[in-house]
Design a binder for this molecule. Sequence first.
Ligand code: COA
Ligand code: AMP
Length: 631
Amino acid sequence: MSWKAEYTASIEHPETFWASKAADLPWYKSPQQILSKDENGIDRWFADGEMNTAYMALDYHVEQGRGEQTAIIYDSPVTDSKCRYTYSELRDLVARFAGVLKQQGVDKGDRVVIYMPMVPEALIAMLAVARLGAIHSVVFGGFAPHELAVRIDDAEPKVIVSASCGIEISKVIAYKPMLDEAISLAAHKPDACIILQRPQVTAELQPGRDLDWQEAMASAEPADCVPVKGSDPLYVLYTSGTTGKPKGVVRDNGGHAVALKYSMKAIYNIEPGEVFWAASDVGWVVGHSYIVYAPLLAGCTTIVYEGKPVRTPDAGAFWRVCAEYGVKAVFAAPTAFRAIKKEDPEALELAKYDLSRLECIFMAGERLDPPTYHWTVEKTGKPVIDHWWQTETGWAICGNLTGIERKETKPGSSTLPIPGYNICILDPAGVELPTGEQGSIALKLPLPPGCLPTVWGDFERFRSGYLSECPGYYITGDGGYIDEEGYVFIMGRTDDVINVAGHRLSTGEMEEIVASHPAVAECAVIGVGDALKGQVPVGLVLLKNGVELDESSLEKELVAMVRKEIGPIACFNRAIVVQRLPKTRSGKILRKILRQIADGKSYNVPSTIDDPASLSEIEQIMDGQGLITQS
Ligand code: COA
Ligand code: AMP
């Protein structure tokens, strides 16, 4: 099979194509409606199929004789511990934890928020929620109480599952006080919290509300899988949009299972029984899809790694894990490899490990810069595959079908469209652009299985944010072009979203926080190039008239505010006071131009600009502060 044949079949006959992929999964009742419209007029896959994702990921494999195979390897250099769970063990733990949730009243369609570090219990909780036909919403541990509170209010969970602490290299971070603060900030209150006590910290439990994970498990009865429809939601995962309010990306059960199962062979070339490692966190979409669901749906072994690419204990950490467990394919953000390269430029650590079983390295989450690509290829001797995707899609939009036909790679490109994704480049008027011309990247509808059908509780936000700009297309928010051989080049976001160390953040949200400081009249937060993290946010701040203060104290206060509201993960460490910000005559800050200046790109001075001199002034300031990427 060639990429071309596979891709063409998916675009010309999508229903036939995806019906055949759906047949690879053990449905309770096979879908008859392959593609249909929901009440909002949105395309839905496998709406009438009956299934349970946790059954497909666990019980089915046990029934098929995979019970003794390792499902999860937990490797935690930060706690110096390792262990394994077979498919049978994992199924039993998941069934029992589903029983715990059921005892707390969790039913089909109810929400459960999970705020946990990288421990196997995070996966057990997710799969237990899925087993009950309920909906999980995992919140990344690096988010502050305020962010957690916003998500609690939006998802309105019946139960929250958390742990006493997370461990960041050698820092022990107590989660429970953050959870308590989040619950006190939120208007919605959960009925119960289930807390995993870790040896490093014992959390104080609130009588009547909080339960100890181990005690609850000891007295629970296992719960059975609850059948759901293909179009019923499996999870809500919040991601940064252009405003302070995160968007709850909804993932359905049916399309998700079909797309992920297909991707394991087609994209990653992984067969059942093989070891696949996504070095991410369950709090991100990569973690949902490729630490938890895809490897288990495909009957593989997945790795839960509680550590970093460096300093746990050294820059050989990734190579050690790959060698120790016979990882066939590893997937991480380019930042991780930049961190390894920075600490060990000659890859001396790599030489200590036998990487003969590692066949391929996949990267995503942010742009893979050519120097990192070349370094990784040169030092490992392995193919390095860049692939582009978003929380909204849940799996890759562009990539290289290594399990079907591995194409030549081009540094800077995430190769070719993945089957099901009809990619177009549009101009600002929504007209398709010819080969080689850069514009807004859009996906012609219908989207393939696995992509979001709505934003949780806010269909209008889904419609206005993605679909209404150009009818018939989904607007990705990324800009780029397609070359004469069909290779797709992603050039960056066209909105106020930035990617910091592979983490997606909203500059709009940071602006709202910075602007709330009493001394600040206005501000713009932009992403500037960073050698390690790809991008980091920097605030350009205009003070209120007559305010005089020490600029470095102000910077410290603003940094502390963003850290408190969003969390350390925001990496907001710089705020620069400026005298003017470039604006239109109607007073709108020209953020796009500020981004272009920071990226070292040329820009057109708009005719609507109020004061053209403000542009050269800001460019000089940014240059003086080292904020401009030299292209
Ligand atoms: N819980 C609590 N705090 C967390 C956290 C978590 N799960 N994850 C990160 N943080 C904190 C860090 O401790 C750090 O805090 P500090 O400012 O007090 O030091 C801050 O958030 C920023 O973290 P990070 O961006 O990870 O920077 P770092 O310097 O600690 O590590 C790298 C740098 C490159 C090693 C790290 O960013 C990395 O591993 N990147 C890969 C990213 C990735 O896998 N992304 C997944 C998308 S596919
Ligand atoms: P997230 O939703 O956190 O996965 O972030 C999605 C965004 O990350 C995309 O819209 C892109 O801007 C960026 N991104 C992800 N993968 C890539 C890639 N391979 N190349 C360039 N940008 C990427």
